[in-house]
Design a protein around this ligand. Structure first.
Ligand code: FAD
Length: 232
């Protein structure tokens, strides 16, 4: 999975006071005190105390408390096939490089899946095919066809970039689904890199940003990778 040719990901935004915000949301549910006082109270200075409560609340499934945390990533060098899978996550927000407004000038960037990359003969054919597509795209745009129509010939492998934002609840959900070995390699690498970026700053999240089997304690997929016992 440590393939550097795939997604480049950087965490570009998250709340500075992430723990304190979640802690205040959790305590507000169970305390007679106001959220303002809770935010300023002594316990809100103690990381271990905050974490203890937060973990208990999350494990009880009170997920609204982690919806207050909005996180943004800058993502580049992913294929349109991968971005299409990512945008299926309806609670995320996206701003993606437009194939209408950004016209390709020559050979467009593209991602070659590992399985093709490893086969020298097929890799050569793959590259030649991409060149043919680029040539035809150019022929179309030079004939006056607008980029928004010429893009019809661009492949799933064409690379794209985006800013993607989501709240912490959705990131955990995304990780649980897309870190599973049933997910396709490219999106698995992308989501792993998104999670790693955040875990670098919020180490406590490493227990949540995991494949779903690690949270469930079993595998609910039809075809299991064998990492966990299957659901009976
Ligand atoms: C391994 C894998 C294989 C897949 N294969 C296919 C495939 O072959 N074909 C295909 O079309 N898709 C496929 N998908 C995509 C999948 O069906 C989901 O569209 C995608 O994973 C988004 O998940 P989600 O709907 O749970 O989450 P999100 O869209 O991120 O939403 C998060 C949660 O919000 C709630 N929610 C959101 N919208 C609604 C709503 N309208 N009504 C009720 N609750 C809602 C749900 O609880 C949902 O789980 C695949 C996904 C994975 C992980």
């Amino acid at each position: 999975m440590a393939n550097d040719k795939y997604a480049q990901v950087r965490l570009i935004s998250k709340p500075e006071n992430m723990l304190k915000t979640i802690y205040t949301a959790c305590r507000t549910c169970y305390s007679a005190d106001s959220p303002l006082n809770i935010y300023d109270c002594e316990s809100a200075q103690d990381k271990e105390k905050m974490l203890k409560l937060i973990k208990r609340v999350i494990s009880s499934g009170h997920y609204s408390t982690i919806e207050h945390i909005q996180i943004s990533f800058a993502i580049s060098n992913i294929s349109r096939a991968c971005s299409h899978q990512l945008v299926r996550h309806r609670l995320m927000s996206f701003s993606q490089k437009s194939q209408r407004y950004v016209k390709e000038k020559g050979q467009f960037d593209y991602l070659t899946p590992d399985t093709i990359e490893k086969n020298i003969e097929l890799k050569e054919k793959f590259d030649n095919f991409m060149t043919k597509i680029a040539d035809f795209y150019l022929e179309l745009t030079e004939a006056g066809i607008p980029a928004e129509d010429a893009r019809a010939v661009l492949p799933n492998a064409a690379s794209t970039s985006m800013v993607a934002s989501l709240n912490l609840r959705e990131l955990i959900h995304l990780a649980n689904l897309r870190l599973c070995s049933r997910a396709q390699t490219e999106i698995r690498i992308l989501v792993k890199r998104m999670c790693d970026e955040l875990i670098k700053e919020e180490d406590w999240l490493k227990d949540y940003l995991v494949p779903k089997c690690e949270r469930l304690g079993y595998c609910d997929e039809d075809k299991s990778c064998g990492r966990m016992p299957v659901r009976v």
